[in-house]
Design a protein around this ligand. Structure first.
Ligand code: PLP
Length: 403
């Protein structure tokens, strides 16, 4: 049977739990910054599987490493040693400044682990009532009950209560509110350096300073959720460091395996001293395939890819700012490196749909923001092509608005 979009949709609609609103396209192949659908149509991918495929699709080096590991040994569990957890952990320590890693399988699990380690830190010291968290309005940290508890959107939370608590959400534009929100019962503050799902909104220097001040004064731990911002996406290894933050814990996921599901909770020495064998675990977490892929991706980042992001990220920003001057519907350009958002006054989903029809993939976040998360390997010519398509899309949108 020939694979068509219609027969995939029909079979999914009967047998796959309907938790996703999919766009009407099915991809079967990729190469570099491009994806190909079931009909062979080519798309410039400025979504990267939501910030995952940082090396582009079918990267020859990553493909070779994955194929070699699959043919050698995939998984043994955490009952035994293998070489690659240490390989990935050494590189993560060098990039993040946090010396130890706990490996898991997703960003959500990384957040979950950070929340648990933060509580464990206090519990081990006999402080059993510092269990609360302070999170940020607009934050998205995942969908398991712990990660959901520090995710702000009521729409995601409300049907699944009661969640873990107490969690207090603070407006990131009111840094003065942070000192009041943190109490003697707060285990940790958790925040994304740039709100990703919350509309590509960078943390202000004033809010970063308030986190540093309150953590230094009260001993409260700081968890940087770097699942979307981390691993070179912004032109820095981790954006929390660029903001002058000094996290005790970091959640990492998405790009870590370049598409192989692997996440990590990165932990400071003072937190790791409070964690003992048996405190947390995962059957798959840190298996040979995932951590070997991660070590490969990290090598690419450390050997020039982050510097490349700085250069092409600045080019993307210049081009997007010029585009915004030409199109009134673009209200604001935000972000850093290759993590960019255009807040629009027009229907953002119509922009996404029209761009896709023209062979460019971007996505919508926070209702009014068109987000670009291209592969970190994208070049300036491909960025220029994406801008050209967006120029056409916004021109059509403004013509539509005038009719
Ligand atoms: N944290 C942040 C900042 C994210 O953007 C996401 C996903 O978008 C998550 C956590 C959850 O990651 P995952 O969906 O890979 O489990």
């Amino acid at each position: 049977m020939k694979v068509t979009l219609d027969n995939i949709r029909e079979r999914e609609s009967r047998h796959v739990l309907q938790t996703y609103r999919r766009q009407p396209v099915a991809f079967i192949r990729g190469s570099g910054a491009y994806l190909y659908d079931v009909d062979g149509r080519k798309y410039l991918d400025c979504v990267s599987g939501i910030g995952v495929t940082s090396l582009g699709h079918a990267h020859p080096g990553l493909t070779a490493v994955i194929a070699d590991q699959a043919a050698t040994l995939l998984h043994t569990s955490n009952l035994y040693y293998h070489p690659f957890q240490a390989e990935a952990a050494v590189r993560l320590a060098e990039l993040s400044g946090l010396p130890r890693a706990f490996f898991c399988n997703s960003g959500t699990e990384a957040v979950e682990a950070c929340l648990k380690f933060a509580r464990r830190y206090w519990h081990t010291q006999g402080v059993t009532d510092r269990t609360g968290f302070v999170a940020v309005m607009g934050a998205f940290s995942g969908r398991t009950l712990g990660a959901l508890s520090v995710t702000h959107d009521e729409h995601y939370r409300e049907p699944f209560g009661p969640l873990i608590g107490p969690v207090t959400f603070v407006d990131p534009l009111k840094p003065e509110a942070l000192a009041e929100a943190v109490t003697a019962k707060t285990a940790a503050i958790i925040a994304e350096p740039i709100l990703g799902e919350g509309g590509i909104r960078p943390m202000t220097p004033a809010f970063a300073a308030a986190i540093n001040e309150v953590c230094a004064r009260t001993g409260t731990l700081f968890i940087a959720d770097e699942v979307q911002t981390g691993l070179g996406r912004t032109g820095y290894p981790f954006y929390s460091r660029a903001l002058g933050l000094d996290p005790d814990l970091m959640s990492v996921g998405k790009a870590l395996g370049g598409g192989v599901p692997v996440g990590a909770a990165l932990v400071s020495e003072r937190v790791s001293r409070m964690v003992s064998p048996g405190d947390h675990g995962s059957t798959y977490g840190g298996n040979l395939l995932g951590t070997r892929a991660a070590a490969f991706v990290l090598d690419q980042l450390m050997n020039g890819l982050i510097d490349h992001v700085k250069v092409v990220g600045a080019h993307l920003e210049r081009r997007l700012r010029a585009l915004a001057l030409q199109h009134q519907a673009i209200v604001e350009v935000r972000g850093a490196g290759l993590m960019r958002g255009l807040e629009v006054s027009t229907d953002a989903m119509a922009i996404v749909n029209d761009a896709r029809d023209r062979g460019l993939l971007v996505n919508r976040t926070d209702e009014v923001v068109v987000r670009l998360l291209p592969p970190l390997t994208i070049d300036t010519g491909e960025i220029d092509r994406a801008i050209e398509v967006l120029d056409g899309v916004f021109s059509t949108a403004s013509q539509r608005a005038r009719i």
